[in-house]
Ligand binder design. Structure first.
Ligand code: ZN
Length: 64
């Protein structure tokens, strides 16, 4: 397992380490863009539904 790896889509900067698990560290320190974070080769951020169904989508508080 390689842990986390992040790539800046804008400037190409690469980052490694478990700190990427924290959302606040998912910003490029060079250009400030949101990093594309992968964990063991699987994209985990920005939040694309990682093949997971079953999570209810945003539930609105309705009148009922
Ligand atoms: Zn960057």
């Amino acid at each position: 397992m390689n842990g986390f790896e992040a790539i800046c889509p804008k400037c190409g900067g690469r980052y490694y380490g478990w700190a990427l698990n924290a959302e606040r560290y998912r910003l490029c320190s060079k250009c400030g863009s949101t990093l594309e974070v992968k964990r063991d080769g699987v994209l985990v951020a920005p939040n694309s539904s990682a093949g997971g169904s079953g999570k209810s989508e945003e539930q609105r508080p309705g009148l009922r």
